[in-house]
Design a protein around this ligand. Structure first.
Ligand code: RTP
Ligand code: MG
Length: 136
């Protein structure tokens, strides 16, 4: 059965010029793009996207970072797409992320880890609604 996940190439990934690299890895894996847009997030959208972290000490920095430049938002579809993309992304801390994963190959700092992928069917549905309300 097919499912959908929200993927972001965060502003650091756009600055580093790895949009194509991330899309290429998604496509090579066999996942399908169903929506894609370059945009700069409003503060309210960023706070809502990361609401689960609102009480964490890094929340302010996280919102500053994610709103600090254009990002690429995508909806990606395929069998177990949520888990499949999280595996392509690698661990949250890029130094622990396995080389061969996106974070393992392109990042060094936890606050600048190139990509986001929804972490559950519940989050995926919530995040897709937030970024692409027209997809229903
Ligand atoms: P994401 O939501 O961005 O896909 O990342 P994730 O699921 O792998 O990690 P999560 O726990 O949801 O954390 C969200 C983002 O917050 C930043 N973070 N900074 N300074 C810190 O200790 C810290 N911990 C997390 C990371 O950029 C992470 O991607
Ligand atoms: Mg997360």
């Amino acid at each position: 059965m097919s499912e959908r996940t929200l993927v972001l190439v965060k502003p650091d990934g756009v600055r580093r010029g790895v949009i194509g690299e991330v899309i290429s890895r998604i496509e090579r894996k066999g996942l399908t793009l169903v929506a894609l847009e370059l945009r700069t997030l409003a503060r309210e959208t960023a706070e809502s996207h990361y609401e689960e972290h609102s009480s964490k000490p890094f929340f302010g920095e996280l919102v500053e970072f994610i709103t600090g430049g254009p990002l690429v938002a995508m909806v990606v579809e395929g069998p177990r797409a949520i888990e499949a993309f999280r595996a392509l992304a690698g661990a949250t801390d890029p130094v622990s992320a396995t080389p061969g994963t996106i974070r393992g190959d392109f990042a060094l700092e936890i606050g600048e880890n190139i990509v986001h992928g929804s972490d559950s069917t519940y989050s995926a549905e919530r995040e897709i609604k937030l970024f692409f309300p027209e997809l229903g």
